[in-house]
Design a protein. Structure first.
Length: 157
């Protein structure tokens, strides 16, 4: 029997009952993640995931302008290869990066594009709601949250 071969005769599908959350291990040194992701793009310029990972690192490390550049590259260069959930996730990350720069209009535009592409991807609704709360537009925020709960489900990308 080879590694990974299943030896079970019965399977129990627990995907709807178990949620796995991934949190960064803050005890590990992440200093080199950006450099590694940049090198990966140089070596593999057609690797969409490398651009997304680098954008995420820039966004987390406080360089949202650089993150915006990477996410926009992903959307321009790879949109035909991406499924709608992947596109919606990139629009969410793009919106979050714009929000971090203080550009609420572009953030809301990005979140709205994400919703238009994949109506059931929840994070874009919540992105809009956060901006509304930050601008004391509480009724609009409640409306976006209600839309999220009505139209969407939690998706992981």
């Amino acid at each position: 029997m080879s590694t990974g071969e299943r030896m079970f005769t019965k399977y129990i599908d627990l995907r709807k009952e178990i949620t796995l959350h991934h949190y960064a291990d803050l005890t590990k040194d992440r200093r080199f993640y950006i450099e590694l992701a940049e090198e990966r793009i140089k070596d593999q310029p057609n690797d969409m995931q490398a651009y997304v990972l680098l954008g995420n690192e820039y966004r987390v490390k406080g360089s949202p302008e650089k993150a915006i550049e990477k996410y926009e590259t992903v959307l321009k260069k790879f949109s035909k290869e991406m499924n709608t959930v992947e596109q919606a996730a990139v629009y969410y990350a793009l919106g979050d990066a714009y929000h971090k720069t203080g550009n609420a209009v572009m953030a809301m535009t990005s979140f709205s594009h994400g919703i238009a592409i994949h109506k059931t991807y929840r994070d874009n609704y919540f992105g809009l709601a956060v901006i509304c709360v930050n601008n004391q537009m509480y009724h609009a925020a409640i409306g976006f949250i209600q839309e999220a709960l009505h139209n969407s489900k939690r998706e992981y990308y």
